[in-house]
Design a protein around this ligand. Structure first.
Ligand code: NAD
Length: 402
């Protein structure tokens, strides 16, 4: 997806069959500026009331009824005062327009921890926090007005029907490098690095007004874990930091994935019950489920029982397009996860469907039902050590959290 730097002000011949109407590009030429002119707008779950849709869906069939059941389980998690809610994210969800929905949920104490792919958190959310945008691609992926080789030459990256300016992504890579370079040499969890990224946005007047999940989590003390942290823009930043440090004979910084797992397990041990709201599958799904087993191991080490002392995730909802027949993780059912001792089967629901369409309905339903009103939020980020070696800008005064 990432390309060598090339000249960007090319004007490109129209090479597809997309409908153009009376567009200014009707002469068959598209400039980079024209291709990147229509930003993705994030859905606002406060502006419509998902409850009426969910209430209708409850009496229907197939995906509608499972979505209604999932919404009910999510509201149960929020009502349960002893339950920490963990959101997992895979796929390209922030670039698709789901950022504002998640920020609204964070602001209203509807999420206590996040486990995500790096793409969502760094390449997409932190990227937008820096002021960059994702763009609606003209035409359709089936009938694109500009072919992918042309996009490559223009330094435009494509996620299905969305465009990104590769020059902006390079700036995002560089910002991650600057942040990593400001740490004392050593190994840190992704949670520590992402907290510093949140501080970088919140404590800099240039970025403070930009909406960002990373920034909001820093302010609300909601930790974010990215188990495969190198597999995103942060990977480019760490390659730059380590290469430069090696060349200059100074210490490097490194991602400590074991610490991620230990810290996330501490969250499981810190609250009586946990609930999972899983968007997509992938690494975040399994990483968040596995903390039950890690907590059991730690409990056994202290003389506790292998099974039974530590509760499985009490509530679980997963929304995904994957199915279970290939035996792969993303579509494996929550009942299957029960056999591994990870998820209880009393309050669980798989919802099969595409997230950009389904998730806003569930989120709006939960927002309007207001079970979150009685929650304070666990502020799990405050569980962890204050972080010797973290950059000074991340030790600044926190913006007041609600
Ligand atoms: N997704 C990207 O565009 C992207 C870009 C750069 C790097 N990466 C990196 O690649 C690795 C794998 O990322 P990934 O999780 O995006 O893999 P992925 O896209 O394969 O997602 C995992 C699974 O989640 C489900 N899923 C994804 N999007 C969905 C949607 N819109 N609706 C319903 N279900 C959906 C699917 O079942 C999918 O198999 C990560 O480390 C990530 O940081 C991803």
């Amino acid at each position: 997806m990432r390309h060598p730097r090339l000249a960007c002000s090319l004007t490109i011949a129209f090479g597809g069959t997309g409908t153009r109407g009376n567009s200014p590009m009707a002469n068959g030429k598209w400039t980079k500026q024209e291709l990147l002119s229509k930003p993705i707008k994030h859905v606002d779950i406060t502006k419509f009331d998902g409850r009426s849709i969910i209430d209708s869906y409850r009496n229907m069939a197939y995906s509608s009824r499972t979505l209604a059941n999932a919404a009910d389980i999510y509201s149960m998690m929020l009502k349960d005062k002893e339950c920490g809610v963990i959101l997992t994210l895979a796929g390209s969800l922030i670039s698709a327009g789901l950022k504002k929905a998640i920020i609204t949920m964070l602001e209203n104490n509807m999420i206590d921890a996040i486990v995500s792919t790096g793409a969502n958190i760094v390449d997409q959310d932190f990227f937008e926090g820096l002021g960059f945008k994702h763009y609606i691609a003209p035409g359709s992926p089936e009938a694109p007005p500009v072919d992918d080789m042309t996009l490559r030459n223009m330094m435009i990256d494509r996620i299905y029907d969305t465009y990104i300016n590769e020059d902006d992504l390079r700036a995002c890579d560089h910002a991650t490098y600057e942040i990593f370079n400001a740490f004392e040499p050593g190994a840190y969890s992704s949670r520590e690095f992402i907290e510093a990224m949140g501080a970088y946005l919140a404590n800099n007047s240039k970025y403070a007004k930009n909406e960002s999940i990373v920034k909001t989590c820093y302010q609300k003390r909601v930790p974010i874990f990215v188990p495969a942290f190198s597999d995103c823009s942060a990977g480019f930043g760490i390659v730059l930091q380590q290469t430069e440090a090696i060349e200059e004979g100074r210490g490097q910084v490194a991602f400590d994935s074991g610490k991620d797992f230990r810290e996330l397990t501490d969250i499981k041990l810190a609250c009586k019950d946990t609930g999972l709201l899983m968007l997509g599958g992938g690494v975040p799904k399994n990483f968040a489920q596995d903390i039950v087993v890690a907590a059991e191991l730690l409990n056994e080490r202290k003389g506790g029982k292998a099974r039974g002392d530590i509760g499985m995730h009490k509530y679980a909802v997963q929304m995904t397009v994957a199915d279970s027949r290939d035996g792969a993780l993303s579509g494996s059912t929550l009942r299957e996860a029960c056999s591994w001792g990870k998820v209880d089967v009393v309050h669980e629901q798989m919802v099969f469907g595409e997230l950009s369409a389904l998730f806003p309905i569930l989120a709006s339903d939960a927002y309007h039902r207001k079970a979150w009103k009685a929650r304070k939020g666990f502020k799990f980020a405050d569980l962890f050590e204050k972080g010797d070696g973290m950059p000074t800008f991340s030790k600044g005064k926190l913006a007041k959290s609600k």
